[in-house]
Design a binder for this molecule. Structure first.
Ligand SMILES: [Zn+2]
Length: 219
């Protein structure tokens, strides 16, 4: 049986990523984190409330160490609806987001994830022209890779999708399973336990291996 590559990515650079990373490290799983450079202060800051739970933004003072060994991708500088602002402003937001992440992390950033999952043709062109090799949507694909258009790279599903494992099985013949989410969506201990069980089950799958998103496009 051929081996399926499993990739995952997580958005918004939130404090719950620390717990997520701890799980991923224990299970030797890879992941990419989609970050907005303008949203972080030197230290942790309160963000917003999600289903009664306070979401925090990570501080710059912890992000190099926290994300060490994981992929970093651009989620725009300031998380606007890119298709709703002037295209020159969108392009600037996209380009500066990438530049600041590259400077801070000291490595190349070539992946992109659309804020809110929204985009149009002009935004896709701006993402491509600012040096990104793929742009993730919030759509759903049975077989995500290779995408028809890398600037509309649809994952298989969200990590909480009720049909997660059906989609996992369906992705096998295409060779890549790709899921995404936000760690702040895990608001209870059972949700964290369920996620860890998912990671463990994928790790135990002899015909699957964790992969790196940017590496898919480097081939
Ligand atoms: Zn986001």
């Amino acid at each position: 049986m051929s081996t399926m590559t499993v990739v995952q990515c997580w958005d918004d650079g939130v404090t719950a990523d620390a717990r997520l990373v701890d799980i991923l490290r224990r299970h030797r799983a890879t992941a990419t984190f989609n970050l907005n450079a303008a949203k972080h202060a030197p230290e942790r800051q309160p963000g917003w409330v999600f289903k009664g739970t306070q979401v925090g933004r990570l501080g710059w003072n912890e992000m190099r160490e926290l994300y060490s060994g994981f992929g970093i991708a651009n989620h725009s500088l300031s998380h606007p609806h890119l298709e709703q602002i002037a295209i020159e402003d969108a392009r600037k937001d996209i380009a500066e987001g990438r530049d600041r992440l590259e400077q801070f992390f000291g490595r190349q950033v070539t992946g992109f994830a659309y804020p809110f999952g929204t985009y149009n043709e002009a935004v896709m062109a701006a993402v491509r022209e600012t040096g990104h090799v793929y742009a993730r949507t919030t759509g759903k694909a049975d077989q995500p890779f290779p995408p028809g258009d890398p600037m509309a790279f649809h994952p298989c599903c969200h990590f909480l999708a009720p049909d997660f494992w059906e989609r996992y099985e369906r992705a096998r013949s295409g060779g890549v399973f790709y899921f995404w989410g936000h760690s702040y969506e895990m608001i209870s201990e059972p949700m964290w336990a369920e996620f860890e069980a998912k990671v463990a089950r994928i790790g135990a799958d002899q015909s699957a291996r964790w992969g790196d998103l940017a590496a898919l496009f480097a081939k």
